[in-house]
Design a protein around this ligand. Structure first.
Ligand code: BTN
Length: 280
């Protein structure tokens, strides 16, 4: 009310447009403001448009950038997901991020956990929503996918030369505008019916990820936290990976995050990677 009395209507409109622009601005300067991380995002490579942040990150690794470097884009022309699928996101609708990391070999399988948990925690903190994880690293709200993660690593002998963690998070995307994902995807805006600040989400996500990654690096267990959020366990599922199709009861996960599936014949099979669907 006080603001209304002090400023004419046109000024208020200007302020509100300006605020929206700031909350959507993922440029280096605005990101650095209030970012309290020590490793992640000390070096930021920002692109209004690129093919895929994964490709840019790969090139950056070749050029020798430091661990924690992030690549972010407002738009990708060839964004990719797991199993060679496309990752769809209209310009400025989402968080499209790759983080360059150098974990030890035994920490590599747990990057999935850190990624999914960081997304879950940041969504919770910024929006109050309570997402769950579909094995291994899809984040779901109301049964639909709001975020996914992709890890591309370069491992030689026992050494991880680099691991690039890509995260896509649907912040203000309208799933109904993309036929390929209209039925299966959601966004924070879709659920809350209001715009969410991409900048606030990204800052929170980077902070949460740094905390979990540091814990992982120091050998602290994060698998319990991740397991606690897995909605897949205790359900009859089908798991597909390329030609492989397995059906059974999602009984548990092991220390490295592999899925332990009880086949109808009673045998237990360990699944390292795959796409899970619930059996109806
Ligand atoms: C999946 O669930 O299939 C993983 C999706 C990963 C998408 C992100 S968006 C940022 C980064 N760049 C890409 O091309 N892919 C990842």
């Amino acid at each position: 009310m006080a603001l209304k009395a002090a400023y004419p209507e046109s000024m208020l409109l200007y302020f509100s447009v300006k605020m929206k622009q700031l909350e959507n601005d993922l440029s280096v300067a605005s990101l650095h403001r209030e970012l309290r991380t020590k490793l992640v995002a000390q070096n930021i490579l920002y692109y209004p448009v690129t093919s895929s942040t994964m490709d840019v990150a790969k090139q950056a690794v070749r050029e020798g950038v430091e661990e924690g470097t992030i690549v972010i884009a407002d738009h990708q022309t060839a964004g990719r997901g797991r199993f060679g699928r496309r990752w769809w996101a209209p310009a400025e609708s989402s968080i499209l991020l790759s983080i360059i990391l150098h974990p030890d070999l035994d920490q590599l399988p747990r990057l999935n956990m850190a990624a999914a948990l960081a997304v879950v925690h940041s969504i919770e903190k910024v929006t109050g929503l309570r997402p769950v994880i579909k094995w291994p690293n899809d984040v779901l709200i109301e049964g639909k996918k709001v975020s996914g993660a992709l890890i591309e690593s370069d491992v030689q002998d026992e050494t991880v030369n680099s691991a690039i963690l890509g995260i896509g998070l649907n912040v203000n995307l309208d799933p109904s505008s993309i036929p390929e994902i209209a039925e299966t995807a959601t966004s924070l805006r879709d659920v809350l019916q209001k715009e969410v600040s991409r900048l606030e989400m990204l800052r929170s996500l980077l902070g949460e990820f740094e905390e979990l990654y540091s814990a992982l690096r120091q050998g602290e267990p994060i698998d319990k936290l991740w397991r606690h959020r897995l909605e897949t366990l205790g359900k009859q599922v089908t798991v597909r990976s390329g030609e492989m199709v397995e059906e059974g009861y999602a009984e548990s996960v092991d220390d490295e995050g592999n899925l332990l599936l009880r086949r109808p014949d009673g045998g237990l099979v360990t699944i390292v990677a795959g796409e899970v669907t619930l059996q109806v």
